[in-house]
Design a protein around this ligand. Structure first.
Ligand SMILES: Nc1ncnc2c1ncn2[C@@H]1O[C@H](COP(=O)(O)OP(=O)(O)OP(=O)(O)O)[C@@H](O)[C@H]1O
Ligand SMILES: O=P(O)(O)OC[C@H]1O[C@](O)(CO)[C@@H](O)[C@@H]1O
Length: 475
């Protein structure tokens, strides 16, 4: 292989440039040229295929900074329809004209789904990323548990529904039993994805910062974090010591929650609750889904969970609960929501993400050169070796119908009675977050923001420099 392509698809994460950097560094060593495609799959649908050579003469371009969040080649959620054979054939032809021998897609479960169609035309490898940490398997046989049933059919006994998958073949839903099996962390396939650690760092810091203001003003703060229907970010936010946490994997027990809030509020006169954006009510319905609203990849847009929860708490607790002891003027005044929002996806990646993202990028190059044609570079963990790289077939992630489902946080990671991580949830988090921040991260905080130069220099976007390097097919 002389020339490979690389693209970043789905939502950005702070560690994308680190993955690209790892891939390009390895490609330099192995004398392979790397072409970055602009804005994910979007570039391949464009007849001009905007692209940039990331290592002319096997030397990494200076714009590729692994400590910088975002992605210098841009990302998008353009949909790859496996049944659109005409477009797939056009893409294959364009890649051939560009002399691309293999493709690395940096992305999550959606990207891996999108990559499947392309892998029939050229060798592909996924280098995982996603702040949601939902690309992976809790155990190797997990994909076989999914069942496909008609949309309208009820499914007694099958309680966990995948509402994220877009089925090209029509009105089906994917359901499975909530797993009762015992769980061992060492079985996990792809223990953690780059981007997750930094998003938890930002979310947990946000929880800590909300704390003292809620404490001072006798308020109940609801902090919403991202993650779609996977509760990993909410779980990790436990490092910020919220009083209560709600994760999408467990149906909400509103009465139990209200009781716990009252106990905590009576004791400490404030309460901090973290909720994942994908939490579900007692019937399994999304609390925060915008009706009928989807993004270009077909994902349901989740945006109102914390507001909905706030309204439920206002109704349940009532004004009198706050006014009778002059703690606050009303339930509305006392209960507020804040979303950590896109700050959990941006900025400098912390050491854990930087290091493993670049390892996975380099490994993806090796996998292509070793002959994988539809592979996934993964990061596993066990007690003996700690974190280590692995290589698997994309097929290992597919269900019987060929679809890849987002990994849910294993339900055993959460203690639903106490609204906090269980012991195994804590055991899961510790290997990732012990020493996840490097001394250079601390130094970057110390010297970066209040650099006097920031006051006189305006922000210089990497897009300005990359624009000068973009080439087009046929030009
Ligand atoms: N089932 C699918 N079939 C084909 N393409 C898909 C499918 N799902 C998603 N894609 C495409 O893959 C890309 C990434 O998908 P998506 O936006 O879901 O992000 P992701 O890879 O899951 O990462 P993240 O969850 O971090 O945003 C998009 O370009 C999307 O259109
Ligand atoms: O930036 P957008 O397109 O609004 O997407 C937000 C979604 O992307 C993610 O950040 C990553 O998948 C989710 O956690 C979130 O729901």
């Amino acid at each position: 292989m002389k020339r490979i392509g690389i693209l970043t698809a789905g939502g950005d994460t702070p560690a994308l440039n680190a993955t690209i950097h790892g891939a390009v560094t390895r490609a330099n060593q192995r004398r392979v040229e790397v072409v970055g495609f602009i804005k994910g799959f979007s570039s391949l649908f464009n007849p001009r295929v905007p692209h940039v050579v990331l290592n002319p003469l096997y030397t990494t371009i200076p714009e590729l900074d692994p400590t910088c969040g975002g992605t210098l080649i841009g990302a998008s959620r353009d949909y790859v329809d496996a049944d659109d054979h005409e477009s797939i054939a056009l893409i294959a032809d364009r890649l051939k004209q560009l002399r691309i021998d293999g493709l690395i897609c940096i992305g999550g479960d959606g990207t891996l789904n999108g990559m499947q169609a392309l892998s029939e035309s050229l060798p592909t490898v996924l280098a995982p990323k996603t702040i949601d940490n939902d690309l992976g398997l809790n155990y190797p046989s997990e994909p076989n548990e999914w069942q496909r049933v008609p949309m309208e059919q009820s499914h007694p006994g099958l309680v966990e529904k995948d509402s994220e998958v877009v089925d090209p073949e029509g009105p089906f839903q994917y359901v499975r039993k909530t797993s009762q099996r015992s769980f061992d962390l060492e079985q996990m396939v792809n223990y953690v994805t780059p981007g997750y650690a930094t998003s938890v760092y930002v979310s947990a810091s946000g929880v800590q910062r909300i704390r003292t203001t809620a404490e001072s003003h006798r308020r109940i703060a609801i902090v919403e974090v991202m993650g779609r229907h996977s509760g990993y970010i909410a779980l990790g936010s436990a490092f910020g010591q919220p009083d209560l946490m709600l994760v999408p994997e467990h149906r909400m027990n509103l009465d139990g929650l209200v009781d716990r809030i009252q106990e905590i509020y009576d004791l400490q006169k404030h309460c901090v609750i973290v909720c994942g954006e994908g939490i579900i009510d007692e019937h399994g319905k999304d609390l925060g889904a915008e009706e009928q609203s989807t993004d270009p990849a077909g994902n349901v847009v989740l945006s109102g969970a914390s507001e909905k929860l706030r309204n439920l708490l206002i109704a349940k607790l009532g004004d009198k609960y706050f006014t009778s002891r002059r703690r606050n003027e009303s339930a509305k005044a006392a209960i507020f929501t804040r979303k950590i929002g896109h700050t959990q996806r941006g900025g400098r990646p912390i050491l854990f993400d930087r290091f493993y993202a670049s390892q996975l990028g380099g490994h993806a190059v090796d996998m292509l050169l070793e002959g994988f044609i539809n592979g996934v570079a993964i990061l596993n963990w066990n007690r003996e070796k700690g974190f280590h790289l692995g290589s698997v077939q994309a097929n290992d992630f597919r269900d019987r119908w060929g679809l890849i489902h987002a990994r849910k946080m294993h339900e055993s990671f959460y203690d639903a009675k106490n609204f906090r991580p269980s012991q195994i949830g804590i055991d899961y988090l510790l290997p990732i977050f012990t020493n996840c921040v490097g001394a250079d991260d601390v130094e970057a905080i110390r010297t970066g923001l209040f650099n006097s130069g920031n006051l006189v220099r305006s922000y210089h976007s990497v897009n300005v420099d990359i624009n000068k390097r973009i080439r087009f097919l046929g030009a």
